[in-house]
Ligand binder design. Structure first.
Ligand SMILES: Nc1ncnc2c1ncn2[C@@H]1O[C@H](COP(=O)(O)OP(=O)(O)OP(=O)(O)O)[C@@H](O)[C@H]1O
Length: 676
């Protein structure tokens, strides 16, 4: 679908006149181009003037709307304060009324976020069109003008936080409407050092980030560690030359671990560094141990020369800490230092992102983190000079200015990352979390790991194998907005537009093993290997009508039919071989050779059974493909059954050969010469 129609379909009708006049700009461009004599300087002036006017209109409207929303939020806050001080009996109804108002404000904020993105896309698209079709280059102009009217940079974060607080106040006031769907038992403050929880990861298309945020904040408040502090997180991951920790994680080896240093905010303003170890336990469960170390001791700690003596001394003086606490802490330090020494770990990768965390303070049961602006940067010592001053990290990017780096040194992740961290001790996951997963706003990314992704992207040639999700990154995960029909999106796809909706249905075998194996056999070219592995998966567009399904209908490609045929031929080859062998055995057996006859019959039975089964399976898979059925297409039991039957038949053969009397007994023959 063309952007003009997309804009018309997606705009918020009440604000229609305040959107960029994309069609008007396009007409202006066309008029100049079609004119005799071509597009002249005069046409360009006219176009630039209109574009500038549109930009200012958008900027002014967004600012005005944002201010309006802020004052509405302020009014709600004031009313909530008044109600809390007023002890009259209708408090509950008044809170309900506030909730209704904040719901409306939240909707408006969602629209404003969409407004921002649509207009920004419109401006970028028209500039691209203009630059391609005329001899003028508008890039320098637009970058100056966007700096002056930076509407696209607005995150609306202060209002998001205020709304979250308001929701929290309203929900707290109305305990009976337990929107969290969790019992309101106050939980104790968990240990600062150790957390054990189940973590599920999702990707969010930038267009959906605000909607996801506003959905979550209706149920969980934004957790701010220190008001007014920078929400960025930097982590420094350690590994060795062979990328052992990376590989263990990709292979999902039992107990795979990550060791990293983490700090909050921009480096210059932080003195405290967290040493963290994350161990993958069973399933999606992981344990995380961490402790803070002063920046000046980090180097010595990593070399094993400093064992947190001061912290241990403080613990010993603290009556709240038991002998066991101290022992566990010492063991943790020793284990981390031993791992660093034995595996020769070095800083390899840095990650940087903005985090918004949603959680009821001191309640660890449901914690949700939403990371945006996620950068991965090489931290390895391929250029020693970079880490001269401070041994354990490169200092040239402490201000998070990654733009100055060469493209091979850093990469930006195209989506936001949502992590749902549950520590429910057998309690049910809240319903709203399930609904969010089903909403189509987020894309499940099983086993996704920021570290693994960073290494796979920036150290591709050294990484022995790549994670399964890597090729999915280039596919657009945006699902259709409620306003857009499925046909529009099909059209989008036909046009090959960037908003074509793609995902890859995951092969079951990939679910267990987080890997695309590129090392097998003759060390093939990685790109080719990834492509080959991909071709084994079925590429599917997301199902528009059933957003609750991650996997939608199958895109039928020729290779899918061929794969079905190949599987059928493999089964047929096996059946014919077995039947031929059985027939030879049957023919070669003398008439009185009971054992030979019986075994030949058994093998023939298995052979014919396999043949019939393969025809049936081939046909049923064919009709599944034709009807675009999402699967599963794998066959778990039949191969096992065939193996078992052959094992039993061969075993019986040996057994009867060793005990000829059994055959004599069963046939009643007086003398039988049992030979093959
Ligand atoms: N500036 C800060 N200084 C110290 N601790 C902080 C700061 N900001 C957040 N925290 C706390 O650090 C703890 C860990 O949170 P953090 O966001 O680093 O990781 P997480 O969400 O627990 O998990 P993950 O390892 O998946 O990132 C939380 O209890 C959080 O409140």
């Amino acid at each position: 679908m063309k952007f003009g129609s997309q804009l018309r379909a997606a705009l918020y009708v009440d604000w229609a006149e305040y959107y960029i006049d994309y069609d008007g700009l396009k007409k202006l461009l066309k008029r100049g181009l079609k004119k005799e004599g071509g597009y002249t300087g005069k046409d360009e002036t006219e176009f630039v003037e209109k574009l500038d006017k549109e930009l200012e209109k958008v900027y002014a409207f967004q600012n005005a709307k944002y201010e309006e929303i802020k004052s509405k939020v302020q009014r709600c806050e004031d009313t909530a304060n008044l109600i809390s001080k007023d002890s009259s009996s209708n408090g509950k109804e008044r809170y309900t009324e506030i909730e209704r108002q904040i719901n409306a404000i939240t909707e408006e904020l969602n629209e404003l976020a969409k407004y921002k993105r649509l207009n920004y896309t419109g401006i970028m698209k028209i500039i691209k069109k203009h630059n391609r079709r005329t001899k003028f280059d508008l890039n320098p102009f637009i970058s100056v003008r966007l700096k002056a009217c930076p509407f696209y940079k607005e995150t609306f974060e202060p209002v998001v936080i205020n709304l979250s607080q308001l929701y929290h106040i309203v929900h707290q006031a109305d305990q009976s409407s337990s929107s969290l769907n969790l019992p309101s038992i106050p939980t104790t403050l968990p240990s600062q050092e150790r957390t054990l929880r189940q973590s599920t990861r999702y990707w969010i298309h930038p267009d959906n980030v605000m909607e996801v945020k506003t959905t979550i904040l209706r149920h969980l408040p934004v957790l701010i560690y220190k008001p007014g502090t920078d929400a960025s997180i930097t982590s420094l991951y350690f590994d060795n030359d062979a990328f052992e920790l990376y590989q263990d994680k990709v292979d999902r080896k039992p107990g795979d671990q990550l060791i990293r240093l983490r700090w909050y905010g921009i480096k210059e303003s932080t003195r405290e560094i967290f040493v963290e170890r994350k161990v993958h336990e069973q399933g999606e469960e992981e344990s995380k141990d961490r402790f803070a170390v002063k920046e000046k001791y980090v180097d010595d700690f990593l070399k094993g020369n400093y064992s947190m003596d001061k912290a241990i001394k403080k613990m010993k003086e603290n009556p709240g800490k038991s002998e066991d606490d101290i022992k566990n802490f010492q063991t943790l330090i020793k284990e981390i230092q031993d791992t660093i020494r034995e595996k020769k770990l070095q800083p390899v990768l840095r990650t940087y992102y903005h985090r918004m965390a949603f959680q009821i303070p001191r309640d660890e049961r449901v914690r949700i983190s939403l990371d945006t602006e996620f950068y991965m940067i090489r931290e390895d010592n391929f250029d020693i000079k970079r880490r001269q001053e401070v041994a354990w990290r490169r200092t040239d990017i402490d201000n998070a200015d990654f733009g100055k780096l060469s493209p091979s040194e850093y990469t930006k992740f195209p989506y936001a990352i949502l992590e749902v961290k549950l520590n429910l001790n057998g309690e049910q996951e809240p319903n709203w979390v399930k609904e969010l997963v089903k909403s189509g706003l987020i894309e499940e990314a099983p086993q996704f790991s920021k570290y693994v992704h960073g290494v796979a992207t920036l150290f591709t040639s050294q990484a022995p194998s790549l994670p399964y999700w890597l090729p999915n990154i280039d596919k657009d995960i945006l699902k259709p907005s409620v306003r857009q029909s499925s046909e529009d999106y099909e059209e989008d796809y036909d046009e090959g537009s960037s908003s074509a909706l793609y995902g890859i249905s995951q092969d079951r075998s990939n679910r267990g093993k987080n890997i695309i194996d590129i090392e097998s056999g003759d060390r093939r070219d990685k790109g080719k290997a990834v492509e080959e592995n991909l071709s084994k998966a079925v590429i599917i567009p997301y199902n528009v009508k059933e957003p609750e399904r991650v996997v939608g209908s199958v895109k039928v490609e020729a290779k899918v039919f061929f794969a079905n045929e190949r599987t059928f031929f493999s089964w047929m080859k096996f059946s014919i071989l077995l039947s031929t062998f059985a027939l030879a055995l049957f023919n070669a057996s003398a008439a009185d050779n009971e054992l030979g006859m019986r075994c030949a019959i058994a093998y023939t039975g298995i052979g014919i059974g396999c043949l019939i089964y393969s025809v049936y399976k081939y046909n049923s898979r064919l009709s599944m493909i034709n009807s675009k059925h999402p699967g599963p297409y794998d066959d778990i039991f039949a191969p096992i059954f065939v193996c078992l039957s052959l094992f039993l038949a061969s075993g019986l053969n040996f057994y009867l050969k060793l005990h000829p009397k059994l055959i004599e007994g069963s046939t009643g023959a007086s003398t039988t010469n049992v030979t093959n």
